[in-house]
Design a protein around this ligand. Structure first.
Ligand code: ATP
Length: 320
């Protein structure tokens, strides 16, 4: 099936600054797609270009095969959920959702509003104003307002960042379930690797305005193609030129057949509740962090140990 959204050679230069350079990728119908990367890497610029709030310096954006470059934001069948939600404080929940339809002619507006209210479980709260809602409810209103136009693609700009940490985790799974239910393609922006890993079908990792790597969460985490990608997706130990995630790092009394190993000395151990972080220094002087179960033993500073790992867990970067 053709991709619902195709981005080709997309480039955006601001005076004296290249925010996005030659981005090419396709997003499949119904995909939960994340744009991940550090602050300033070009995520928001990409989203704004797709939405039509910025004009590309070069390149093309096609929605269902049709170039969007000459279309105004309201002429594109995409919808954006902003970080701040941008709800109107003086309007009720229902009016906020209806506002989504203001610039889009949809014959069955009332039915779509009703459907959005039901889908986001906002029934009974239609007459409330935003300041009478919890953070999670405000977010659901913002989603309802965006989904009411039945967009081909829903763009989400760090929509979880306004929520407190506990709620964030809960909303993550709700958002993913909602996306599966409505079947709409989501393009989700985040700088949080755990958020991207836990929700996405695929992730595009950006770095300084360029596509660093594109792949599934498993591919990015387990087979990063650069040191930047390896480090951005989570902690990694580099032993010689081999990368090893802390949870794949084992601490054993002696070398074991089938595992690679290196001699080391324990430096410290920190109990974190669900696991123990143990720091050990190899005989070559490299500090290695292992994330181990508290059931696996006790670790004392100065204790000699062997750092062992399954060769299948090694991260090997392609030659530069
Ligand atoms: P964050 O996570 O901090 O929002 P981001 O990855 O979304 O970052 P962008 O907002 O896309 O990054 O910005 C990419 C780069 O382009 C940044 O260096 C930013 O300063 C620059 N930039 C963005 N908008 C403009 C503008 N209107 N004029 C000039 N430079 C801009």
């Amino acid at each position: 099936m053709a991709d619902v959204l195709e981005i080709e050679g997309l480039t955006k230069h601001f005076p004296g600054h290249a925010a996005l350079e030659d981005l090419t990728l396709g997003i499949a119908e119904g995909e939960f797609f994340s744009l991940l990367g550090p602050s300033g890497c070009g995520k928001t610029t990409t989203l704004r270009l797709i939405a039509g709030f910025e004009t590309p310096t070069r390149g093309d954006i096609r929605l269902r095969g049709k170039s969007q470059n000459s279309l105004r934001p309201y002429e594109r069948n995409v919808s954006t959920v902003f970080q701040s939600y941008a709800l109107f404080p003086h309007l009720t929940v229902r009016e906020n959702i209806e506002f989504g339809l203001r610039y889009r002619r949809k014959g069955n507006g009332a039915a779509l509003v009703r459907q959005s209210i039901e889908m986001l479980e906002l029934g009974g709260k239609e007459m409330r104003k935003p300041d009478e809602l919890s953070g999670g409810e405000k977010q659901r209103v913002a989603l309802a307002r965006s989904l009411v136009i039945e967009p081909d693609v829903l763009l989400l700009d760090e929509p979880l960042s306004a929520l407190d940490p506990n709620l964030r985790k809960q909303v993550r799974s709700e958002l993913k379930a909602l996306q599966r239910r409505v079947g709409i393609t989501f393009v989700f922006i985040t700088h949080d690797q755990e958020e991207a890993l836990s929700m996405s079908d695929r992730i595009a990792l950006l770095n300084h305005g360029r596509l660093e790597q594109l792949g599934t969460p498993h591919e990015l985490y387990l087979a990063p193609r650069s040191r930047f990608a390896a480090a951005f997706l989570g902690p990694v130990n580099w032993i010689d030129h081999v990368g090893l995630r802390p949870e794949a790092t084992r601490l054993l009394a002696r070398p074991t057949e089938g595992l690679h190993s290196v001699a080391a000395t324990i430096e410290s151990s920190t109990f974190l509740g669900n696991c123990v972080h143990v720091e050990a220094r190899t005989s070559g002087g490299t500090l290695v962090v292992a994330e181990v179960s508290r059931l696996n033993g006790k670790w004392q500073a100065g204790q000699p140990i062997h750092i062992c790992w399954d060769p299948g867990d090694e991260i090997r970067l392609p030659p530069a």
